[in-house]
Write a protein that binds this ligand. Structure first.
Ligand SMILES: Cc1ncc(C[n+]2csc(CCOP(=O)(O)OP(=O)(O)O)c2C)c(N)n1
Ligand SMILES: [Mg+2]
Length: 370
């Protein structure tokens, strides 16, 4: 049996828990926010990221169903681990994302408009329509291009971490991937060399129990994902991925360890994707409804809302206003970006070389007059 994942939010809500810290029975638990050194403003910034991602998902899936965009990948139910991990990093750190962590880009300040531009593949899209929808990259946020082939980002992240280590930079790389991706060779190659080099890299596995229609138990015989780190000579930690504060604490510790030369950590964020794998998927064909209902009760936004209200960190009206603002912001971005035309045809030949090579010129001339 895999060990229970580390949790903060529910323990904070349940009186009488946490007596191991030496308190008298019935004494109030120390506020987790205080212990973690988080201000109300910090807590609200986490909530804001989570509701902005949820708003993107609502509008994104609806727009796909209406035929306005071709494809969408939701991460509904997984907003907590995205925000918590992003908050533990510094702006100068590097992020190698999977396709299911848009919240990392959002939290680091990626403009929602540019994310939506990518969904339309329009002229504002940083990748100029050459990537799949939801496959953003944001140079300013050090959020490296998402790539669909699973796991390719893992050795790349380790290589980046190794390069920073050789240069003596005190920067860290974080890399995200799903539970199914741990079956890829790239996962094992990446973790092995990160262990050998003590590379400043934090591996974050979003264990949402499914790789499209393949359940976790068909993916691995290990008792957990976290335990796999042992084979590579560094720690693995299992954390409740729907508990934003627990993920923050675990990733913060892993980042500190990496930054101070202690080497990598594998974080297994135990979570669940409440929606389909993508807009092309129908999960009712393979997933029992009871499992979905069970995880709906652990919705990371609702759990965090209960914590914020219970601890007096915010009132309900403020939180509702933040959700409303997020929906309005996303709706406005979709409306505006839908009107933007596609990138010009000749942009097909740009962005590969600094200036057009003779061969490219011949090629483009054969395609259309420039
Ligand atoms: C190398 C490779 N093999 C197969 C696929 C097809 N594929 C796309 S997503 C996916 C499931 C991945 O599951 P997981 O790693 O658990 O991430 P999740 O989608 O659950 O977040 C598969 C098999 C792919 N994109 N790349
Ligand atoms: Mg998965």
């Amino acid at each position: 049996m895999a060990s229970a994942p580390y949790t903060i939010l529910d323990a904070a809500a349940a009186p009488g828990r946490g007596k191991a810290d030496g308190r008298k029975p019935g004494a109030a638990a120390p506020s987790p926010a205080k212990r973690l050194g988080l201000s109300d403003e910090d807590l609200l910034s986490l909530f804001r990221t989570m509701v902005r991602v949820r708003a993107l998902d609502e509008r994104g899936l609806m727009s796909q169903r209406q035929g306005r965009i071709g494809f969408y990948v939701p991460s509904t139910g997984e907003e907590g681990h995205q925000a918590g991990a992003a908050f533990a990093l510094r702006p100068e750190d590097w992020c190698y994302p999977s396709y299911r962590v848009p919240g990392v880009a959002v939290h680091r300040g990626a403009p929602i408009h540019r994310m939506v531009a990518n969904l339309f593949g329009n002229d504002h899209d940083f990748t100029r329509g050459r990537q799949m929808p939801n496959h953003y990259s944001f140079a300013e946020q050090r959020f490296v291009s998402i790539s669909s082939p699973l796991g390719t980002q893992i050795p790349q992240a380790v290589g980046t971490a190794r390069a920073m280590q050789i240069r003596g930079e005190k920067r860290v790389t974080a890399v995200w991937f799903g539970d199914g991706t741990t079956s890829e060779g790239d996962f094992h190659v990446g973790l092995n060399f990160a262990g050998v080099w003590k590379a400043p890299c934090v591996f974050i596995c979003q264990n949402n129990h499914w790789a499209i229609s393949v359940p976790l138990h068909q993916q691995t015989a290990s008792e957990s994902i976290a335990v796999k780190a042992q084979a590579y000579g560094f720690p693995g930690v299992r954390v409740d991925g729907n508990d934003v504060l627990a993920v923050y604490e675990v990733v913060r510790d892993a980042v500190e360890r990496a930054r101070s030369g202690g080497g990598p950590t594998l974080v297994e964020a135990v979570t669940f994707r409440m929606g389909p794998h993508s807009s092309s998927d129908d999960p009712t064909r393979y997933r029992p409804q009871e499992q979905v209902d069970e995880w709906k009760r652990r919705d990371p936004i609702e759990r965090f809302r209960a914590f914020l209200l219970g601890g007096g960190h915010a009132d309900g009206a403020r939180l509702a206003a933040m959700e409303e603002e997020a929906r309005a912001e996303v709706a406005e971005a979709f409306k505006a970006e839908e009107k933007v035309g596609p990138p010009p045809l000749e942009s097909l030949f740009e962005d590969v070389f600094a200036s057009m090579t003779p061969a490219r010129k011949d090629e483009s001339g054969a395609a259309f007059p420039l």
